[in-house]
Design a protein around this ligand. Structure first.
Ligand code: TRP
Length: 333
């Protein structure tokens, strides 16, 4: 069985784009692979989150992932900071991470530019911590977005460098796993490309039916097609893209036909349909989120069992690495 690792930073709530772009695939992958999905709370510390807020965010993200179908019986689901082995391996791998390459990382340069007063060492070595997350479980595949590919490349470098340095074929070379054709990019409601937290054009899985109706109502439209069989402008195409994932092919064909015949004055109806179908898709998830969030005993059990499972493989890797690096003369542990 192939090993899959992916981390999720506990920032903000999940939206429709996350759901169709990543989560649906995580849920598929857990059926056929040995998966480790974790909440990367240490990574989120680089930006000094409010200590009162962080545990709430961790709980929210965890509840949302479970509500969407991440199954702790199938995948190992844990919180990064519950696995101290990661911190130690990170320390060891840091000895093989060089300042020059870390300073050149695109994500580091970007964050340093955005936040010149908080260029901390944790930010600099963010890719080493991420490499540790991946290598500690000997991952084959890492499902991540395009923006993480450089980190994956660095992970492969650290693996190869370690193997070369200690003359072993120990760490595997993990590959970034994009879902290729299956990857559905959910557009925002403002006609401006991708749905994203920072764009403020999101439908969240936690949005109430009323919120969803209002957001869809406000989506950008125009006066209608300017003729028969004209191409759709981006912002109209976007509404159809979302309709395609939440509605039936018949519904999509019906509105496509209205567009192609050049008819006008049906956007109101389209939006009503779209809102209804989004609500039908997200409501059961929202209800599950609510009930899981209120079930502290269940969440405790999931994180406890997840941490124990993660620590098994992590502990084995750490013991082997200590040995290879010569940390083998000491008091009996
Ligand atoms: N850096 C990733 C992100 O920002 C999160 C992450 C941390 C991660 N550790 C990981 C992703 C390990 C995949 C594997 O999205």
């Amino acid at each position: 069985m192939e090993i899959v690792v992916s981390g999720i930073r506990p920032t903000g709530n999940l939206h429709l784009g996350n759901y169709y772009g990543a989560l649906v695939n995580f849920i598929k992958m857990q059926e056929e692979n040995k998966c480790f999905f974790f909440i990367a709370d240490w990574h989120s510390l680089t930006t000094h989150p409010d200590p009162d807020r962080l545990p709430i965010n961790v709980k929210n993200v965890l509840s949302e992932y479970l509500a969407c179908g991440l199954d702790p019986e199938k995948a190992t689901v844990y919180i990064q900071s519950d696995v101290p082995e990661i911190a130690e391996l990170y320390l060891l791998l840091n000895m093989h991470a060089y300042l020059g390459e870390l300073e050149k990382t695109v994500s580091f340069k970007e964050k340093a530019r955005q936040n010149p007063n908080n260029v901390n060492a944790g930010l600099l070595t963010y890719p080493v911590l991420m490499a540790t997350d991946i290598l500690i479980h000997h991952a084959d595949y890492v499902p991540v977005g395009k923006d993480q590919e450089q980190h994956l490349e660095m992970t492969r470098n650290y693996a190869a460098r370690f193997n070369y340095k200690y003359g072993v074929e120990y760490f595997k070379q993990p590959t970034a796993y994009n879902f290729g054709k299956e990857l559905i990019k959910i557009p925002g409601l403002d006609g401006s490309g991708k749905m994203g937290k920072s764009e403020g054009n999101c439908i969240y899985l936690t949005d109430s039916p009323k919120d969803i109706e209002n957001k869809v109502k406000k989506a950008l439209t125009d006066n209608g097609p300017e003729g028969i069989n004209t191409p759709k402008p981006d912002y109209i195409e976007n509404l159809f893209t979302i309709l395609k994932v939440v509605s039936t092919p018949e519904v999509v064909a019906y509105y496509d036909n209205l567009w192609n015949t050049g008819e006008t004055k049906w956007y109101g109806k389209l939006k009503k349909q779209l809102a209804e179908d989004i609500i039908r898709t997200t409501s059961p998830i929202r209800e599950r989120i609510d009930s899981i969030k209120n079930d502290d005993a269940y969440l405790q059990q999931v994180t406890k069992e997840g941490a124990a499972k993660a620590r098994e493989t992590a502990g084995k890797t750490l013991r082997e690495v200590r040995e290879m690096m010569g940390l083998s003369f000491h008091s009996a542990r």
